[in-house]
Design a binder for this molecule. Sequence first.
Ligand code: FES
Length: 162
Amino acid sequence: MDLRGARWAPEQGPHGGAALRERRPGDEKSALQRREVLRLLLGCAAAGQVGLLTGCGDPDPETRVPLADVPVGRRVRIRHLGDAVELLRSEDGIVARSLRCTHQKCEVFWNAPDNVYRCPCHPAQFDAEGRPLAGPVTEPLATVPVRIEGDTVIVGTPAPAL
Ligand code: FES
C-alpha cells in the first residue's frame, strides 16, 4: 500500500482502540470544528489565568465570609471577583458596597475621621452611604447583593425569591 499523499483520519477501531482510516469528504469540516473547540478552550484557560469574566465557565459569582469576621459596626474590606467591596453589618442586617469610584474606577478608601470615602485619583468624596459629596462624581458607589446564611456572609448573589 502506497501511503504517500494519503490523508488519514483517526477513528475507533473494531475493538475500541484507535485506528486510522483514509479521510472522507466532510472530515475537513470536523477537523476545523475540533480546532475551533480547542482554540476556545485554550482561550478560556488564558482568560482564567488573568481573571477575566467570560462565558468560559465563570468563576464562582459568590464570595463567602465567616459572619464572625464581620463584626457589627465595623467596615470590613474584602475582595469579590477581583474588586474591593466593603461589608458593613448593623443590628438590622448587612450592606455590601463596591469601593470602585464611579468616576474612573479607582479604589476609594474610608476616611473615618472625616466620615467620608475618598478617592485617591481625583478629589471625589462619598458620604457614609456611598452618595457623592464632592469631586467629579455624580453616581453613588454601587451596592452589591449580599445576604447572611447561618454563620456565613454571602456576597454577590441575591437571596432566592420565596
Ligand atoms: S476615579 Fe475617583 S474621582 Fe476620578
